[in-house]
Ligand binder design. Sequence first.
Ligand SMILES: Nc1nc2c(c(=O)[nH]1)N[C@H]1C(S)=C(S)[C@@H](COP(=O)(O)O)O[C@H]1N2
Ligand SMILES: [Mo]
Length: 249
Amino acid sequence: MSMDRKFTIHRSPALANLERRLFLKRGLSLGALSLLAGCDITDQEGVQRLLNAMSRWNDGVQDWLFDPKRLAPEFPESRITRPFPFNAYYSESEVVEVDGSSYKLELAGMIREKKPWTLAELYTLPQVSQVTRHICVEGWSAIGKWSGVRFSDFLARIGADTTAKYVGFQCADDYYGSIDMATALHPQTQLSLRYADELLPPKYGYPMKLRIPTKLGFKNPKHIAAIFVTNEYPGGYWEDKGYNWYSGS
Ligand SMILES: Nc1nc2c(c(=O)[nH]1)N[C@H]1C(S)=C(S)[C@@H](COP(=O)(O)O)O[C@H]1N2
Ligand SMILES: [Mo]
């Protein structure tokens, strides 16, 4: 049976997207690529492995191509979008309810001080604000104001090993994600505790989210329950479904 038929059967949006990019850049089809790569892709799992390898290679190129210190634009408060949109992989009526009084932020991996943090402790740390644009792959963008702890300050305070490759996040819903260390240390990357000068409401990620204005919306995890530092690629909720991991500038 020809490989092309199997690709037709199993084609996901991510695969179709990858094939389009390959074709535009090099005139290659996925079938031709699999021959070049010397792998016999006859099942969904093999295709997924190749796709992951390609996407990670692409991440590496983007990392090298873009200046990780470039700043995202900031806006006057008059430009804030009201009401700010809600988005998640579920509807607004299903937003997770996190109990702030018993909440503790868990820390794991390549971190010296792994003591969990209560919200009261986090609120006493020096706070910064930003008015920036959130861009969602689903085709909308909106300007909002977030305040909280500069993430690089927090990483320094907990003794995170900043020579590690990744920072990963587990959320109180089933969402999870990860970013490269350069993005974690970016001056605008913020552990946000407030939205529009109020405690972060449940729909926007109570009790905290990571705000990364240099990345697409899905790279901004809400309801963070645990943060870990690692050299092992942690993936993410959408990334593991084929979205590009780097997804930013
Ligand atoms: N925990 C969690 N974080 C998440 C998501 C989610 O479903 N769960 N969705 C992501 C996506 S795709 C977007 S666009 C933004 C939406 O954030 P907002 O509701 O503050 O607009 O959250 C991101 N972070
Ligand atoms: Mo999104």
